[in-house]
Design a binder for this molecule. Structure first.
Ligand SMILES: Cc1cc2nc3c(=O)[nH]c(=O)nc-3n(C[C@H](O)[C@H](O)[C@H](O)COP(=O)(O)O)c2cc1C
Length: 187
């Protein structure tokens, strides 16, 4: 019996459109195995209210609006791909806020978020204007987050660029993109 096709959720989190991370992600997605399904969402299109830590003050409310849309997309995916420019050696705010919401969803009654996330994989596609070593804190944070969630860590595809389209000149990154989803990093 064949497995159902994997469903990749691509979450764009740059604060500008069609930048380097987005372009590198399109490159990688182009080489996904054929039956895989794709959903693309730009976090700028689904702004979330500021996160408020309610952990020790009762329960988190049932998600509504954009939070519900992102939650449903997250739960529907087998693979979650965060597409993020490096901002101050870390994630840009839209991506970080989305992850903060995981803390709420983990504690929202009747969601079973933790259990449902366990069979999924987390991936990252990151571009910065500096060296790959400077993206290590971001990679470590996501890898640890995957571990905490008992998710598989797929790996980080890294490229270099500053101005939009610079990524088109990073030939090694474009080459790595071709096999990125075929060779998961594992845990
Ligand atoms: C607020 C901000 C912070 C940044 N911080 C870093 C950084 O810490 N290290 C770095 O190498 N590049 C940094 N950059 C540069 C971006 O990572 C780079 O321009 C990247 O190509 C942007 O991706 P995008 O085109 O997909 O938006 C920063 C850019 C901005 C706007």
């Amino acid at each position: 019996m064949s497995l159902p096709p994997r469903r990749f959720l691509f979450l764009l989190s740059s604060t500008r459109r069609l930048g380097n991370t987005e372009q590198l992600a399109y490159c990688a997605a182009h080489h996904l195995p054929v039956p895989a399904e794709q959903q693309w969402l730009h976090l700028l299109d689904y702004p979330l209210p500021d996160f408020v830590d309610l952990r020790h003050r009762g329960t988190f409310p049932t998600p509504t609006g954009n939070a519900k849309l992102l939650l449903d997309a997250t739960l529907d995916a087998t693979d979650i791909v965060l597409i993020a420019p490096l901002y101050w050696y870390s994630l840009p705010v839209p991506a970080k806020l989305y992850l903060d919401y995981w803390s709420a969803w983990l504690r929202t009654p009747n969601l079973d978020f933790r259990q449902k996330m366990q069979c999924k994989s987390l991936w990252a596609i990151v571009v910065s204007s500096g060296e790959r070593a400077e993206a290590q804190p971001l990679e470590d944070a996501l890898k640890l987050s995957a571990q905490y969630m008992k998710m598989a860590w797929g790996g980080m595809l890294f490229g270099t660029g500053s101005r939009p389209n610079d990524i088109q000149f990073d030939a090694p990154a474009l080459q790595r993109a071709k096999s990125f989803f075929l060779t998961p990093a594992g845990n």
